[in-house]
Write a protein that binds this ligand. Structure first.
Ligand SMILES: Cc1ncc(COP(=O)(O)O)c(C=O)c1O
Length: 363
């Protein structure tokens, strides 16, 4: 895509805002918006993968992402007036409307939208936006040099890390900035107790001897969809069960392999931590195998020649005739997939699943 203007300047791109598909340059958020001042929103990052042979964009594990968004909304007291199925269909429709026949990234955002001064979560308007843009690699997938951050990971009783809350990304941004300014590619964060938690926007796995190890969800990590993908693929195709356990800082210095995982980062091998080589200082064999598996699965390619890919259901086709993978039951879905109300201004209204949405959609 040659147009590099900011999304908000583009009339040729469509975004979804409060029940409507509208041109991106008409999507407006007020400067007094609560979430802008206070970080009171939660979001997801979802990838769409282009499969050249099948001429298809597959959205990867949309269901799991929207289930996590629902959980984040519960923690943040945000009412999201769409079912997971609605959200999946709206996402596919957005990819179609933007004709994203390439690798892309979807960003749903549910947020406190009142234009008021006053920090709280109750009795506020909830809005929802979704945009989709082309996207390549977020970090290098050929070998990262990481530094342990002096910033500790937010605790569940401070800003819950298990929810993907916009405000908590200040924690990530501080860590990432420090890492970059110190000459590293990425930060690894410890919990307040000093245990290994995660990267600035990635979960972490260590290969120690013959074991694949990762911190449990209670170590203030975001329970990643890619983390779950890696655990399932390693078990299914490599016969490796991942051990979830508390990891000490110095285990990073002795590990045979380290890998960061995330929707943005994908499968990103770490070759150095705090200037010490990880293993032999090159990408290790287990990491390479996981990386290879992952890149096949996200494009719904065959993993073992001649055998069906057992994880095809993770990939939702957006363009093909079979571009429906979720039970379709709501009004919103019907409208999003064709029989919508097209208004003269080019806007398309999508009904929400519950009454509260009418209130939400007006603002
Ligand atoms: C803080 C943090 N941890 C972990 C992850 C990885 O999560 P996922 O694999 O669901 O993208 C992300 C990515 O969004 C993140 O921001």
């Amino acid at each position: 895509m040659s147009n590099t203007a900011a999304l908000s300047q583009r009339s040729d791109m469509v975004v979804f805002l409060n029940g409507e598909f509208i041109p991106a340059d008409q999507a407006r958020v007020g400067v007094m918006t609560h979430a802008l001042s206070y970080g009171t929103g939660c979001f997801e990052g979802i990838r769409g993968y282009w499969n050249e042979n099948e001429q298809e964009t597959y959205i990867f594990r949309a269901r799991e992402h929207f289930e996590r968004l629902k959980r984040s909304c519960r923690i943040m007291n945000i009412e999201l007036p769409y079912t997971v199925e609605d959200l999946i269909e709206i996402s596919a429709e957005l990819v179609r409307r933007n004709n994203l026949r390439e690798n892309c990234y979807l960003r749903p955002f549910a947020y406190k939208a009142d234009e008021i001064i006053g920090v709280r979560l109750n009795d506020l308007l909830d809005h929802f936006s979704l945009f989709a843009v082309p996207m390549g690699d977020y970090v290098s997938t050929t070998g990262l040099r990481c530094g342990l951050s002096s910033w500790r990971r937010v605790d569940d009783n401070m800003i819950p890390a298990r929810a993907k809350i916009s405000g908590s990304y200040v924690n990530s941004a501080l860590a990432k900035t420090e890492a970059l300014q110190n000459g590293f590619d990425e930060a690894i964060m410890l919990t307040a107790e000093g245990h290994v938690s995660e990267g600035s926007a990635e979960n972490i796995f260590l290969v120690i001897g013959n074991e694949l190890v990762t911190p449990p969800a209670t170590e203030n990590i975001l329970p990643g969809i890619t983390r779950d993908t890696v655990m399932k693929l390693a078990l299914h195709y490599m016969g490796r069960a991942t051990k979830e356990r508390v990891i000490d800082r110095t285990e990073l210095y002795c590990a045979d392999e380290i890998v960061l995982t995330g929707t943005g980062a994908q499968i990103a091998p770490v070759v150095e931590v705090d200037h010490r080589p990880v293993g032999k200082g090159v990408v290790g064999p287990i990491t390479s195998e996981i990386q290879e598996l992952y890149l096949k699965v996200v494009r719904r390619e065959k993993v073992v020649r001649g055998e069906k890919n057992d994880f095809e259901h993770w990939c939702m086709p957006c363009f093909g005739s079979a571009a429906r993978y979720a039970p379709v039951s709501t009004q919103a879905v019907t409208k999003a997939s064709g029989s919508h109300n097209s208004h003269s201004n080019g806007h398309t209204k999508v009904a929400a699943s519950r009454g509260k949405a009418a209130r939400t959609a007006k603002h």
